[in-house]
Design a protein around this ligand. Structure first.
Ligand code: SF4
Length: 239
């Protein structure tokens, strides 16, 4: 295995989503994904993966030099990179808390000691499938994405393997709630506080348009997931 890995971007910002919202963090965006969400907000790491090859050692040196105590390894899909365990172990060795952001479709069986302090899982609902996406005229990715996007076995292994975890669902309409409930009925070990709903979109939503999301959280004990980085910086790279 080469230790070089395709990196889309690295930057320091505050975490914008989930339990650690507001936490100063070093972000490492690996470039490449096994899915193709139609609303993907990082197409440069999925639909059209770009970036530069970086050695694991250079990434760890950079993380250390920032002085921040948290790292977010994201993508793309970080779990498809064989170098991920090396990166995470290295970050932990230098005293950095590690969050992995994943869609939860891949978890190699021999990664049981993966050094991850917060497993941030974003299972993809039917609203993510690129049904009529001009980037996929032959519907190759539509079919592949639909087949891969949910794997309860992988999700259950991630939930069992990482006591600190969160499930963030991107929701577009109330019709998504039934799909979430059906999926949750097939998962074990989660409490309602592990489940988060995040309105789809790359702009700060109008309060009236997300009232149904708030109501769904109130009724079920789930959490509303804000996107702080969108509010602070807009839909821009490196934030
Ligand atoms: S899983 Fe994430 S990176 Fe991959 S296409 Fe979907 S939103 Fe984009």
């Amino acid at each position: 295995m080469t230790s070089d890995v395709l990196v889309s971007e690295t930057f320091v910002s505050v975490q914008g989503e989930g339990k650690l919202t507001g936490t100063p963090s070093w972000f490492l965006r690996l470039s490449g994904c096994n899915l193709r969400c139609t609303w993907c907000d990082t197409p440069y790491a999925s639909w059209d993966p770009e970036g530069e090859k970086r050695s694991v050692a250079s990434l760890l040196d950079e993380a250390k030099s920032t002085g921040v105590r948290h790292a977010v390894v994201t993508g793309g899909e970080p779990m498809i990179f064989p170098q991920l365990p090396l990166i995470c172990a290295g970050l932990r060795d230098i005293g950095i808390h590690v969050t992995i952001e994943t869609a939860g479709t891949v978890f190699p069986g021999d990664w049981t000691d993966l050094a991850c302090d917060l497993m941030s899982i974003s299972p993809k609902l039917a609203n993510s499938t690129p049904a009529d996406d001009p980037r996929d005229p032959l519907r190759v990715w539509a079919e592949r994405h639909e087949r891969r996007r949910l794997d309860p076995d992988v999700l259950n292994r991630l939930i069992a393997g990482f006591p600190d975890r969160q499930l963030k669902f991107v929701v577009a309409s109330p019709a998504d709630l039934g799909e979430i409930e059906e999926l949750l009925s097939r998962l074990s070990g989660l409490g309602p506080g592990d489940v988060m709903l995040m309105p789809e979109g790359v702009a700060v939503p109008e309060p009236a348009s997300v009232r149904w999301v708030v109501q769904a959280c109130l009724e079920r004990g789930w959490r509303y997931c804000h996107r702080l980085h969108i509010e602070l910086f807009g839909d821009t790279r490196g934030t």
